[in-house]
Design a protein around this ligand. Structure first.
Ligand code: AMP
Length: 207
């Protein structure tokens, strides 16, 4: 049975929006991963004190038959395909593509190389804000409501809506090249009633 997962995406090098878009359909193309929904793309201030460009962040929901570690390996292979060179990079420094497993069903896991839910999930507005868009009534495996985690984080600063992919004129790039498209389901997601009127350019700090 597929498991519903939340994947955090971030980039601050090159054509950031194109990277987010291409990463989404690269994930969706894997046989074992089907992207179900995607948040807006948020422009966020860099974290961690390294002088660098701002990030674009988004969260994708997907269904996968991969185990947690196989999913991590797939995400890391995708990062590498987008030019990420882990051994050379600075902690908290610039990166072409960062993909994290935020949630994997209601699994809790604490291993050396993989911690789920992602340990920084509740500490970062750039994760929680887009995650709440795709899981508005969501809870963590321990029962904590995402809205409660968000309240605990306030004030939320340094994060502004960049683009809703469903509204983006370049969204044709998101279509899988080979067909009417596995991508269509998530591209259409903003029109399914979940869109909440926040697609008006207001930043999270104003919500
Ligand atoms: P990062 O630099 O943010 O991509 O993370 C570096 C390391 O975090 C990776 O080598 C992973 O083994 C580890 N890690 C632990 N938990 C997670 C998770 N939930 N998702 C992605 N990476 C994780």
């Amino acid at each position: 049975m597929p498991v519903r997962v939340a994947i955090g995406m971030g980039t601050n090098v090159g054509d950031r929006l194109a990277t987010i878009e291409a990463a989404l359909w690269t994930l969706d193309e894997a046989d074992e991963i089907a992207v179900a929904d995607v948040s807006g793309v948020w422009e966020t201030a860099p974290w961690g004190g390294v002088d660098q460009a701002s990030y674009l962040n988004a969260v994708a929901l997907a269904d996968t038959t991969l185990s947690p570690h196989a999913l991590l390996a797939d995400l890391q292979a995708t990062e590498a395909a987008f030019g990420r060179d882990r051994p050379r990079e600075v902690r908290w420094g610039p990166r072409t593509l960062d993909l994290d497993i935020l949630l994997y069903g209601d699994l809790e896991l604490a291993e050396d190389d993989l911690v789920i839910p992602h340990p920084r999930l509740v500490e970062r507005a750039f994760v929680l804000v887009p995650l709440l868009e795709v899981l508005p009534g969501g809870t963590l495996p321990d029962g904590t409501r995402l809205t409660a985690a968000m309240t605990a984080l306030a004030p939320v600063e340094g994060i502004d809506l960049h683009v809703r992919l469903a509204d983006h004129p370049g969204r044709r790039h998101l279509q899988r090249p080979d067909g009417p498209s596995g991508g269509a389901a998530w591209l259409a997601a903003d029109g399914d009633g979940r869109g909440d009127g926040r697609g008006d350019g207001r930043g999270a700090s104003e919500v």
